[in-house]
Design a binder for this molecule. Structure first.
Ligand SMILES: [Zn+2]
Length: 139
């Protein structure tokens, strides 16, 4: 997965990466505010989150500072992770927000878990495809 990790997370890299994936996912009409925050703000086990005002097409995405990633237990671990997966994941939440019928984040709701798993798989697939098309070997 991480043949080409996105590198250290900085706000400049995050903005460039977000703009790229906004183009790919056709989210250019969204106004997205980005922030890099520490684990105390997000809660343990969370790599990022998003706040969506769908009618206004506005969103705020918060990303976990990579200094806090080491040693955390995540819901879908086992795969190598880098922060680009998380920004694609959060943008897919925006993309799907018209279709999730107001489903609220709830780790005990099987519908929410199914949505999270689907988004997780799609985010990794999009990244893998992007990296293959830039010359990384399918692995
Ligand atoms: Zn999610």
């Amino acid at each position: 997965m991480a043949e080409r990790p996105a590198g250290e997370l900085t706000i400049e890299r995050l903005q460039a990466c977000c703009a790229h994936w906004q183009r790919v996912l056709r989210l250019l009409d969204w106004e997205i505010r980005l922030a890099i925050v520490r684990m105390n703000d997000l809660g343990e086990g969370t790599l990022g989150d998003c706040w969506i005002a769908g009618l206004k097409q506005q969103a705020k995405i918060r990303m976990l500072d990579t200094r806090d990633v080491e040693g955390q237990a995540f819901m879908f671990d086992g795969d190598a992770w880098d922060w680009e997966i998380t920004i694609v994941h959060e943008l897919l939440h925006l993309r799907l927000s018209e279709r999730d019928l107001g489903l609220k984040a709830d780790d005990k709701d099987p519908r929410w878990i199914a949505l999270e798993r689907t988004i997780d798989i799609l985010a990794k697939a999009f990244l893998q495809l992007g990296r293959w098309s830039h010359g990384a070997e399918p692995g």
